[in-house]
Design a protein around this ligand. Structure first.
Ligand SMILES: [Zn+2]
Ligand SMILES: [Zn+2]
Length: 128
């Protein structure tokens, strides 16, 4: 028995303010990870999730995604450095707020999330 899906919180950075926030992912079907709640994250929390769970698979930013808590961007992108950032859905050329790399949207910037994430037991949610 697999048990209840357990969510993980993955650190992301706001592309406009460079501030951190955590994106709560819940494992869905077929190895997909659904983005849900977001919360501003303190930089010190980065260390805490460093040795966390690695999640691999496609990330899905669905209707439940709360958006960036800093700039309200409703999308997520992933850089080649493996980090997540918010996206407002409009800018096509972006600079990663983690590594500074320049990237174009649609060139592998989203999906195939492979990062470390800490388990957040207190935020575990009951699946619908
Ligand atoms: Zn943002
Ligand atoms: Zn990067």
């Amino acid at each position: 028995m697999k048990g209840l899906p357990e969510g993980v919180t993955v650190p992301a950075r706001c592309i406009k303010t460079r501030r951190l926030f955590g994106v709560y992912f819940e494992e869905g079907e077929a190895g997909m990870w659904l983005a849900g709640a977001t919360t501003p994250m303190d930089p010190s929390a980065l260390d805490a999730v460093g040795d966390g769970v690695e999640i691999r698979g496609d990330i899905v930013v669905g209707v439940d995604y709360a958006g960036c808590p800093h700039c309200k961007g409703k999308f997520l992108l992933k850089c080649g450095c493996g980090r997540l950032m918010c996206w407002d859905g409009e800018e096509r050329i972006l600079f990663c707020p983690w590594c500074g790399r320049k990237g174009g949207v649609g060139e592998g910037l989203v999906g195939n999330l492979s990062g470390t994430a800490g388990r957040v037991r207190s935020e575990r949610r009951v699946p619908r």
